[in-house]
Design a protein around this ligand. Structure first.
Ligand SMILES: [Zn+2]
Length: 171
């Protein structure tokens, strides 16, 4: 029996995934050749499925497209927040709160502290507020369902290490 197969493009949506690969996340094609094979370091998997599963995968596609688009918006908000730091901290914090509501990664905090060293070093109260916001967000993110697969001990260790690094960067 010949079952016509569909393919769904999957990449790992994270702060390092390039915009091109994000633009394919969740897309469905009839042939693997209909989906790119970029070999650019981003994760790429093609999930093969049968026509009977098409409705389910269309629904997955909607969720995956929303996640990929949210990540692009998150990066843009983070860049805007970084730029506003030191000149309009109310705007910066309102943007940072939108960023961390989606996700926050320690290397992003490292890059921010490097790039905006001047306004941060000049203002201990600013560092304290940012430290509180980021540490809380980082702790909250490990309560997210996507981390529930990690063993409890590993999750706690990663959470503690991340918060320690945030506290150190913004001391
Ligand atoms: Zn890529």
């Amino acid at each position: 029996m010949l079952t016509r197969t569909y393919y769904q493009y999957y990449t790992n949506v994270t702060y390092l995934t390039c915009p091109e690969c994000l633009s394919w996340h969740g897309k469905i094609a009839r042939r693997p050749q209909g989906l790119p094979d970029r070999k650019d370091g981003c994760e790429r998997r093609l999930l093969a499925f049968s026509p009977r599963e098409l409705d389910y995968h269309r629904e997955q596609e909607r969720r995956m497209r929303a996640a990929a688009e949210a990540e692009l918006v998150r990066r843009d908000l983070l860049a805007q927040a970084s730029d506003a730091l030191g000149s309009d901290n109310d705007v910066a914090f309102s943007l940072f709160r939108q960023v961390v509501a989606v996700d926050l990664h320690v290397p992003e905090v490292e890059a921010l502290c490097e790039k905006r060293r001047e306004p941060l070093e000049a203002d201990p109260a600013l560092r304290r507020s940012l430290r509180a916001l980021f540490a809380k967000a980082y702790s909250d993110k490990f309560g997210h369902p996507r981390y529930e697969r990690l063993p409890e001990e590993m999750r706690l260790a990663r959470e503690r290490a991340g918060i320690a690094r945030i506290n150190e960067l913004l001391a």
